[in-house]
Design a protein around this ligand. Structure first.
Ligand code: SAH
Length: 255
């Protein structure tokens, strides 16, 4: 993965670091996806890829009695996870690791469960599926939310917007085919509801942006990032019925 410029890292830390989560989702959706898994070992080993500040990590630690490795590329995210975990007295059950998801340092067939909310698109969904399948023990599970088109003929304006940010975005049916083609079986899937986009993500984001526009007034690159976020929210308001996150719950067959 390319080196992320210092300014972009700083702006991202300011823009996303103060939010309850760094992408759409909710504790209710995390729990719903978890309920679609089959039986897990008593103390599963879980990998949370692109954990952000740990919104779903803190749910997973309540839902299992296993061990969770929370992986992200940014210190501001991992430091926050570590704080929360220590605050909750769970430091023995959650460990953070700073790694890029496209060069993860784990042995094959390590995990009982891989979780990833709003993050696998970063390495490309197809690539992520192959990587995750290899890291799962046979019979292990992958639960991941992925941005998808909900129609075969999405509106031009929405397509043009995502052409820049996520040109590889697929329809839900194509994403499902990609999963099956990667040697994983789908146990269930559902759309994230619209409130998952707003309550803990776009609404708090709208509140932090005005102050950041002042703080970074002299930086055209930062202002362009905020403009892009505003454009993304406007597209979502207009076209939320045409695309969204699909939460896929899958299993690597046992043999
Ligand atoms: N799962 C969290 C965060 C989703 S946003 C939530 O739903 O709230 C995507 C996350 O991926 C961010 O925390 C970002 O820091 C992280 N990320 C970005 N590039 C990455 C990379 N190459 N490897 C690992 N994590 C990365």
């Amino acid at each position: 993965m390319e080196e992320i410029p210092q300014l972009v890292q700083q702006v991202m830390a300011d823009q996303y670091g103060s939010l309850p989560r760094q992408g759409p989702g909710s504790p209710a959706s995390t729990r719903k996806a978890f309920s679609l898994l089959g039986p897990l070992p008593e103390r599963p080993l879980v990998l949370d890829i692109g954990c952000g500040v740990g919104a779903q990590t803190m749910e997973l630690v309540k839902l299992t009695s296993g061990h969770i490795i929370a992986l992200d590329i940014f210190d501001w995210a991992l430091d926050r996870v570590a704080e929360k975990v220590v605050g909750a007295g769970l430091a023995d059950r959650v460990h953070t690791t700073k790694q890029s998801m496209d060069a993860m340092d784990f042995r094959e067939q390590t995990f009982d469960l891989i979780w990833s909310e709003g993050a696998l698109y970063i390495m490309g969904f197809g690539n992520a599926l192959k990587t995750c399948r290899a890291l799962l023990k046979p019979g292990g599970y992958l639960a991941a939310s992925e941005l998808c088109w909900f129609s075969d003929d999405p509106p031009d304006e929405a397509m043009a917007f995502f052409e820049a940010g996520y040109p590889d975005m697929k329809t839900m049916a194509d994403s499902a085919r990609l999963i099956s083609g990667s040697g994983l079986e789908i146990l269930g899937h559902f759309h994230l509801p619209d409130r998952d986009w707003w309550d803990d993500y776009y609404t708090p984001m709208s509140k932090v942006l005005p102050a950041l526009r002042v703080k970074y007034a002299d930086s055209p690159d930062a202002i362009a990032m905020f403009d892009d976020t505003d454009a993304e929210m406007a597209i979502h308001k207009k076209y939320s019925s045409s695309y969204g996150y699909e939460f896929f719950v899958c299993r690597r067959p046992a043999a």
